[in-house]
Design a protein around this ligand. Structure first.
Ligand code: G3P
Length: 219
């Protein structure tokens, strides 16, 4: 299972890339605005140089022609750019065009299995179902992931990877892994939570204290 970090914050990206556990980055217009970075293109260039895996950069236009123009421009920023397009008729048309020319595409704002099927048919590299936002309105985000994984497994010609997005807590990640989702894009704080267990902290404190008592040294 691949881990992407869902942020446009360069410090978080550098910090998490140093763990060696990061396979890619996803950004969106809200995360870019939150980062406070004034130049989106420069920001994406920098991120793509830090993390060798796919870096999602999202289009801003909503109509087909300007969206395609933006998408072609974003794709040229670096070899590891995955152009992010919304799950709309225009977005899927751009997705088909880009995937046919070998550019990675992440289809975002997916909230139903029907939409995920359309993204796969359009040749998306990734489809991003938003689990947290479904949970927020009383639906079952992880059930959507289970449904999409099951559907895709019946069609070997669907090469689209299920990228679990809008992740809010470690259990979303664990459930996604149990379902066989290919990727989870995870906010930095949730990636850090994945490391944590109180018994790890307690056990380590005990080992450190007992080792001190033993008076020994490894080096
Ligand atoms: O990047 C897309 C998605 O992960 C956004 O998550 O927390 O804004 O619902 P959120």
């Amino acid at each position: 299972m691949k881990f992407f970090v869902d942020t446009a914050d360069l410090n978080d990206i550098k910090d998490l890339a140093a763990t060696g556990l990061l396979d890619g980055v996803t950004t969106n217009p809200s995360l870019v605005a939150k980062s406070g970075h004034a130049n989106f293109i420069e920001l994406i260039k920098e991120i793509a140089a830090i993390v060798p895996g796919p870096v999602s950069a999202e289009v801003a236009a909503t109509d087909y022609a300007p969206m395609l123009e933006e998408a072609l421009f974003l794709a040229k920023i670096a070899k590891n750019i995955a152009v992010k397009v919304p799950l709309t008729p225009a977005g899927l048309k751009v997705c088909k065009h880009l995937s046919e020319q070998g550019t990675m595409v992440n289809v975002t704002l997916c909230f139903s299995a029907a939409q995920a099927i359309l993204a796969a048919k359009a040749g998306a590299t990734f489809v991003s179902p938003f689990v947290g936002r479904l949970d927020d309105i009383g639906e079952n985000g992880m059930q959507l992931i289970a449904d999409i994984c099951q559907i895709f497994s019946s069609y070997p010609n669907f090469t689209t990877e299920v990228l679990v997005a809008s992740v809010r807590h470690p259990q979303h990640v664990v459930q996604a892994a149990l379902m066989g989702a290919h990727v989870a894009t995870i906010p930095p704080n949730v990636i850090r939570q994945l490391f944590a267990h109180p018994l790890t902290d307690k056990g380590l404190a005990q080992f450190v204290a007992d080792w001190k008592k033993s008076g020994q040294k490894i080096l």
